[in-house]
Design a protein around this ligand. Sequence first.
Ligand code: FES
Length: 313
Amino acid sequence: MADELDRPRDDLERHEAEPHLPSSTIWPFAFAAGIALVLIGLIVSWIVAAVGAVLAIVFGFLWIRDATRGVPVAPEPSPTGVTTTDVDLEAAEDEPARYPRSKFLEGATLGIGALIGGVITLPVVGFAIGPAFIDQGYDDVDLGPLANFPEGQFIITTFYSKGDEYGDVGRRTAYIRNNGQVNEVPSFTIISSRCVHLGCPVQPQGPISDEERKTVKAKGGEILLTPTQPSGFGCPCHGGAYDSEGDRTAGPPVRALDRYRYAIVEGNLVLKTPYSVSKVDGSGADAKIHSYKLADPGQHVDGPEQIFYPIID
Ligand code: FES
């Protein structure tokens, strides 16, 4: 009889004496799969990232709930062989809840580990991927009167994208050709010098008239204008080559050179936001430009490869 009475206490002590093994639930794996989906989604699409975040939150909650769930406490046997439950349920309910020390230590370890992991990881992740989600914007740049750009001639135009205040950090170069009038509206081809392989500055392939270089003052700051007659553009870094419309002809670049939108404001040429181009059909004012939102160098904007890049500006 005494042996039977001692059994519940022995079971409880044996349980606490056993090494504490990890939970056998699938929540940790499901939580990890959710985090993996979030990371993949940051690259592939917002929808995948959102689904991953929801899964990670749900499975993380279930994991924590299971990990912190208390072990049932056996009822105290009385000397008469009647358990506390049998004798006085109300008295048992009045006792303070017992919480196993092992569970407390497990929860504390998980919590502190998560805190330390978050403190270390979040700043790194933030600095690594944060800039990709920040709209850095582009200011309009006034390049002065249309007379600065003779018809039919490419002008290497160096300007400050944010005014003079940022110095050379804000210096940009565009290759600008006045295509003449189309339906009495001036037409320009404005090609960015940023190579779409890895971002090196492309150079005009042809004579550059340094002796005709001039510096003009415009609302956008000081502008450097140098006439050139390129047959195309070449990148000195890895041999990327483009024709005179900026269309890729050879080398590692994945698309045509980016272009700038423009407007004519009070007789001045104003540079607006840049955009990306997959390819150009035709030339000059008649060119058909396959345009896309601005993409980073190396990023495909069309075809199946584009799904491997983030859907962000
Ligand atoms: S950066 Fe231009 S070809 Fe590589």
